[in-house]
Design a protein around this ligand. Structure first.
Ligand SMILES: Cc1cc2nc3c(=O)[nH]c(=O)nc-3n(C[C@H](O)[C@H](O)[C@H](O)COP(=O)(O)OP(=O)(O)OC[C@H]3O[C@@H](n4cnc5c(N)ncnc54)[C@H](O)[C@@H]3O)c2cc1C
Length: 208
């Protein structure tokens, strides 16, 4: 069992000219793009909550090694498109090289240290048994029910800028799951440098 950290990589993004043109259309300036400073214009649109304009701006990311706990929270965002590594099809391979994510937790007492060590040992044993069962030919559709939320998965995520702002607002807050907060920061860092200005103010910077 190997503890891993998530990573993200940008696969594609649309050009800022597309939401710019969309905004110009709304204001009857479609053929007058030279009269406006693009970034300032787009930022104004966002500040005025004229959000349909930035729905024309979309991103596709590869997201690697997120826990299934985070996957189920990410999947609650109904306006994202997700294509996720299937445990049904990939269980045999997954259980040969088990990658998990557990958040860092510093036990507060001796009793908690003992409990945490036991949980880690049980968890390791469970994954090893699932691996053995998969190797013995037990069906994936049976074993799938025994896996834990710590098991990591990977996916391709496509999301438009409006929804990405919404996700950053909700999921970088201190109330959100830490792994989700880390994912948001990683997605932000993967954005094209010249797009970051649109998202900056929606990201809670402090990750502590
Ligand atoms: C701190 C925190 C704690 C949470 N705890 C729980 C919990 O205990 N239990 C639980 O079940 N969930 C929980 N959630 C998940 C939460 O309820 C939402 O399901 C999730 O954050 C997706 O957000 P959303 O619905 O705003 O947006 P998305 O699905 O991302 O949709 C974006 C926006 O589109 C609009 N929209 C989309 N679908 C509809 C619709 N059907 N009707 C009307 N408008 C729509 C809304 O304006 C919505 O904000 C929690 C979320 C957070 C951040």
């Amino acid at each position: 069992m190997r503890r891993v950290n998530l990573s993200t990589e940008l696969l594609q993004s649309s050009n800022l000219d597309i939401p710019f043109k969309a905004g110009l259309m709304c204001t009857n300036n479609f053929d007058k793009s030279n009269d406006f400073e693009k970034n300032k214009f787009l930022l104004n649109m966002v500040n005025e909550k004229h959000y349909s304009v930035i729905e024309h701006l979309s991103y596709s990311f590869v997201v690697r090694n997120i826990s299934r706990a985070l996957l189920q929270e990410l999947a609650r965002h109904r306006l994202v498109s997700l294509s996720v590594l299937s445990t049904r099809w990939a269980l045999k391979k997954i259980t040969k090289d088990i990658e998990v994510h557990y958040p860092v937790y510093v036990p507060a007492t001796v009793q908690q240290t003992k409990i945490l060590n036991e949980l880690d040992a049980i968890s390791e044993k469970l994954f090893n048994l699932i691996g053995e069962a998969a190797a013995s030919g037990m069906p994936n559709d049976i074993l799938k029910y025994y896996i834990q939320e710590s098991l990591c998965t990977s996916l391709v995520l496509t999301v438009n800028a409006r929804e990405l702002i919404h996700i950053f607002e909700l999921r970088t807050s201190k109330r959100a799951l830490k792994e989700f907060r880390i994912l948001c920061h990683s997605l932000f860092n993967s954005l094209p440098e010249d797009h970051k200005f649109l998202f900056e103010k929606f990201l809670e910077k402090d990750l502590s």
